[in-house]
Structures are given as C-alpha cells and as structure tokens.
Design a protein around this ligand. Structure first.
Ligand code: PHE
Length: 382
C-alpha cells in the first residue's frame, strides 16, 4: 500500500477545479436570476444548494483531500456557496416583495361592498300577492279574518247550504279526515268512521266563522290555504290558496258587489279595468255569478281582431277570476243573522291562477317546488 497521498492535488479532483466550482456557481446564479416566482425559486434552491446539488457534492470531496489542500478547496467551495446563498436570499426578498404588491392589488377589499353576503331568501309570490289583495280591502275598512285549514264539515259544507248529497262533498274533491278508531280491525277502512273534519276545500267556511263571531256590519277579507284532491300538474295543485271577501250590512245589493269587484281589479291591475258577471250556481249565494275581469293585457281589443291576438286571454277579452254572489238567506239564518234586516255579498278566487296570468307563470308546479330561483325574480315587496 502506498503512503497517504500527500501529493493529492485538489486541482486534479475534477469537481474541485476552480473553473468547475465557478461553473457550478454561475449556473446556480443564472438559475436564481431566472426564477420567475417563489415556487420556481424553491426548486432552484433544492437543485443548487440541496444535499445532492453539484456544490454540495463538491464540498463532500474536500474531506478526502490531504490537510494542506483542504483549506484552499474549502475556501473556494465555501465562497461559491456563500455567493449562491446570498443571491438566493436577495432573489427571495425580491420575489416576495413582488408577490406582496400583487396580492395587495388582487385581493384588495372593497369596503364599499355590502357587508352581508349571506344570500337573502325570497318571499313566495303567493304570499306577496295575497297580502297585496288584503291591503286593497284593508284600505277600504275590511278586517283580515282567518280560519283553520282542518275544518269541520259543518262549516265547510252544511252551514254553506251544501245539501248532504252535493257532488262537492264526494271523495274526488274533498280530503276527508279519517275518524278516530272505534275498535280493533278498523285500520285500512277508508271511511275510518267519520271524524266530521275535512281539509277545507275553499275559504268560504271563514264567512261562517266571521258571521258567528261578529255582529253586523261585517266586512272581512279571508286569505288562506285550501285543499282539493287534484293531481299536481301544470294547472292544478292539491294545495292552493284563495282569498274570500264577505260584506254583511243593511241594504247591500249586487251593485255593491259589482262596485267592489271593479275597485279591486283597478287597484290590482290599473285604471280602466272592469269586471263582468255571468250567472252561475253556488249553494251559499243567491243569486250567484261567475266573475270575469277585463283582460289587463289587451283590454278586450284582441276580440275579433286576428291581427292582434292575445295570449293572456286567448283573445277572449275576459279572464275568469272566481265566484261571487249575494249571501244566501239560508246561510245568514244558519249564522244567526236576520235576513230581513241584513243582506250580504261574497266572492272568492284562487291566487295561483291570478299569479299565473298576472306574472306569466306557465306551470303551477313551479309554485310548489320551493326553488328560490323561481321566487327571487318576483322581488322582495313586503
Ligand atoms: N267558494 C267558492 C269556490 O271555491 C267561491 C265563492 C266564494 C263563490 C264566495 C261565491 C262566493 O269555488
């Protein structure tokens, strides 16, 4: 074996040659200068100062050198690494400053924006519209009256002069509430014994409740949810809404009814609107009528005018609104009101239908799905 290789010359160790060290340093400095962002600089740092970087590997070679050569090589490598570290630090600061300046611009907080970004919901247009209708009558001195949705059959039918065999009582229209079990084995029995209760099929039972609760003169507007056994489709929904109006006073005639209806459609649809009555039948009013309102879009001008068809009224000129009439004296008697002294008028109509033609809603299902994208465009009218 030869003696320790005293003659070992660092210049001869390839990685420690001055030009090699200088090349490694220059490559590192160039890469640092070229790093365009902090991420790139992090990679350059690993590549040029990490454990496996050329300068670190060169540094390892120093240990194998004879003592007299160590200082010289160590100095060269140390200086190169120092320069690289310094350049890294300087570039790091530069890039951080650039990033901070950019973030300040990009993420600037606009203090003039509304602070509350929690999305506000929206009122359902059925609520808004029925309150609007109530307001028309409250302004005329009417009171808002409400009644239960699960209603006694007596209020929903009997007191309103529906004969016991009236078709509206039949299962196809009315949700009957099954009676309490009278004993074992009754389950599954559709009738379930009569509970005497139904889901109200209209708001007219509130007329009865109002007349029983109050002394004439009575002026009430009754909004509410009503139920019929219809399938949900574009034009039907088993749960819907009505607004009912009842006036009981001395000397009321159909002229008062007509004037009130005309006032309502003007208040809701604008000047120039009117209504017309067509004979009809309801057990609780006599005489009874179907009420139409002038088409608020074409104002009747589409009738017989093929050049100007109207989609809203199908060029009929009128839109069917609901039912009305003079309160049947039998109903007044059932509620303890003297028909010799008092007379009354009433009308009722569906809100869903009015919403459909007033706002061009083509499918009733949109009204029951609870999607805020449907309700939001109606605005937040309170
Ligand atoms: N309650 C009737 C219906 O639902 C409408 C109506 C109300 C008719 C008041 C006359 C008077 O069809």
């Amino acid at each position: 074996m030869s003696a320790p290789n005293k003659s070992y010359d660092p210049v001869e160790v390839e990685a420690l040659k001055p030009e090699e060290i200088a090349r490694m340093r220059d490559e590192a400095l160039a890469a640092i200068a070229a790093a365009g962002d902090l991420e790139a600089l992090r990679e350059v740092k690993v590549g040029h100062t990490g454990d496996r970087s050329p300068l670190a590997l060169a540094n390892r070679e120093i240990g194998a050198l004879p003592p007299h050569a160590k200082a010289d090589a160590g100095k060269r490598v140390g200086q190169a690494r120092g320069q690289v570290n310094q350049a890294l630090k300087a570039r790091q600061e530069e890039l951080e400053a650039e990033r901070d300046a950019r973030v300040l611009v990009e993420e600037a907080v606009d203090v003039t924006l509304p602070y509350d970004r929690i999305p506000a919901g929206a009122r359902h247009p059925i609520t808004t519209l029925s309150e609007r209708i109530e307001d028309v009558f409250v302004a005329m001195g009417y009171e808002v009256a409400e009644g239960p949705e699960v209603e006694a059959e007596w209020f929903n039918f009997d007191a309103l002069n529906f004969p016991p065999d009236h078709p509206a009582r039949e299962m196809q229209d009315t949700f009957f509430v099954r009676g309490a079990r009278s004993g074992e084995g009754d389950e599954g029995d559709e009738g379930g014994g009569s509970s005497g209760l139904v889901l109200r099929t209209h708001t007219s039972p509130v007329q009865i409740r109002s007349m029983i609760d109050r002394e004439p003169p009575i002026y009430v507007v009754c909004p509410g949810r009503t139920f019929r056994t219809d399938e949900l489709d574009a034009t039907h929904t088993p749960v819907f809404h009505q607004v009912e109006l009842l006036a009981v006073d001395e000397g009321l005639t159909m002229a008062d009814l007509k004037g009130t209806l005309d006032h309502m459609v003007r208040a809701l649809f604008g000047e120039g609107m009117s209504t017309r009555l067509r004979p009809n039948f309801f057990p609780f009013t006599e005489p009874s009528a179907e009420m139409d309102m002038l088409c608020y879009v074409c104002r009747g001008e589409s009738v017989g005018n093929p050049d100007r068809p109207c989609r809203t009224c199908s060029s009929e000129g009128w839109i069917e609104l609901g039912g009305c009439g003079m309160v049947n004296p039998r109903v007044l008697v059932a509620c303890g009101v003297d028909p010799e002294k008092y007379s009354g008028f009433a009308f009722g109509f569906g809100i869903e239908r009015m919403l459909m033609f007033r706002h061009n809603v083509e499918d009733m299902r949109d009204m029951v799905e609870g999607d805020v994208r449907f309700t939001r465009p109606f605005g937040m009218e309170i």
